[in-house]
Write a protein that binds this ligand. Structure first.
Ligand code: SF4
Ligand code: SF4
Length: 348
């Protein structure tokens, strides 16, 4: 990895260079919450001044740009006596993600393992993913962030450039050759000892701001032991089964497929829609049998997939600790509290 320093004014130069040939998606202000604090969302940005690079966690992750909530896998139209099939991979202009936090880049890396893996790579995801240039940005931990517990507060791969704010200048981690070539047109310099010192201080200051925590020690073993625990019933009774947690989660990828025909019976489409394992009919099969009719079994399944099954398959959790699910949950169910209760810990 190569390290560089650039002055803050050069960020605009970088943005303009990228905007020449790419669609840029980045954090913008999207209203205020009940306390009057700004809310942020990932949107297409063409005006540099709309980019809010010092944003706090967005309500929704950037996943709609590479794993949309709904997308057509194929459309069909009758032509003469034949059906013509069109597969739309929906490849837009190359997309630059400008300012993803480490947790969201880690989430993408996890999605890659599943959706680009050797068994069943998903061409729709792959088409969008290969067209991406990712600029990471350091973050300000929020009270609900527990990415540090999940090892997702820093990231070593899956981005082209990563920017850390050192106050009056930026520290750059340059990972890809594309980023390296791009920086030839931006004024940068090699870091000096004082930059290294400031970088370490910035990281140490950030680490002191984490409040939420999940103890992952022996978690898979504890989950195995506590499969029949009464805590699942307790959280299940509290859960509304609304599926919001999966919707806001940067790593949830489960989906359902639906086939519909047009009223003229000469057209049809096959559509994929993201789905949540907490929703009542998620495990319902043909014939009407539902393998997980109780909310407690569905909620438990979500936790076992994230913190047990995925760890067994990939030696890492499917949760990056962004805290979005807990923030969005109307029933106040948060990962730190659920895991603490499974471990038998009381939290106030
Ligand atoms: S945990 Fe919360 S967000 Fe998720 S389904 Fe239950 S009530 Fe909805
Ligand atoms: S489970 Fe919750 S905290 Fe973990 S990655 Fe998903 S939204 Fe973030």
């Amino acid at each position: 990895m190569l390290f560089r320093i650039f002055e803050k004014t050069e960020l605009r130069v970088l943005f303009d260079l990228l905007a020449e040939k790419n669609m840029i998606v980045g954090p913008v202000e999207a209203g205020v919450d009940l306390n009057g604090s700004p809310l942020y969302a990932f949107e297409q940005v063409s005006d540099f001044h709309k980019l809010k690079i010092n944003y706090t966690t967005t309500k929704l992750p950037a996943k709609r740009y590479f794993l949309p909530f709904r997308e057509d896998l194929a459309t069909f139209r009758m032509s003469g006596d034949d059906w013509q099939k069109t597969v739309d991979y929906n490849i837009d202009r190359p997309t630059v993600f400008f300012g993803l936090h480490a947790c969201d880049i880690n989430a993408l890396n996890k999605l890659d393992k599943v959706l680009l893996g050797n068994t069943y790579p998903m061409p729709y995801y792959a088409a969008k993913r290969k067209n991406m240039f990712i600029i990471g940005m350091d973050c300000l931990p929020q009270p609900f962030c527990f990415c540090r517990s999940m090892g997702a507060d820093t990231v070593l791969h899956g981005f082209d450039l990563f920017i850390t704010d050192l106050g009056n200048r930026y520290f750059l981690e340059v990972l890809s050759s594309t980023a390296y070539n791009l920086l030839q047109e931006v004024r940068t310099r090699p870091p000096e000892e004082a930059d290294h010192v400031q970088y370490m201080k910035t990281v140490a200051d950030k680490n002191k701001k984490f409040i939420a925590h999940v103890d992952t020690t022996d978690l898979t073993k504890i989950l195995d032991m506590e499969f029949q625990s009464a805590v699942w019933k307790k959280w299940g009774d509290q859960c509304l089964g609304c599926g919001t947690c999966a919707n806001v989660c940067p790593t949830c990828y489960c989906y359902g497929v639906e086939e519909t025909t047009g009223v003229d019976l000469k057209s049809a489409r096959k559509t994929k829609t993201l789905y949540s394992c907490n929703v009542l009919d998620f495990a319902e099969v043909a014939g009407g049998h539902n393998f997980r009719p109780e909310r407690s079994s569905r909620l438990k399944y979500r936790y076992y997939h994230k913190h047990r099954g995925f760890v067994e398959a990939y030696e890492e959790s499917l949760c990056v600790g962004c805290g979005r699910c807990g923030e969005a949950c109307l029933a106040d169910i948060t990962v730190p509290e659920v895991i603490a209760s499974v471990r038998g810990e009381e939290r106030s």
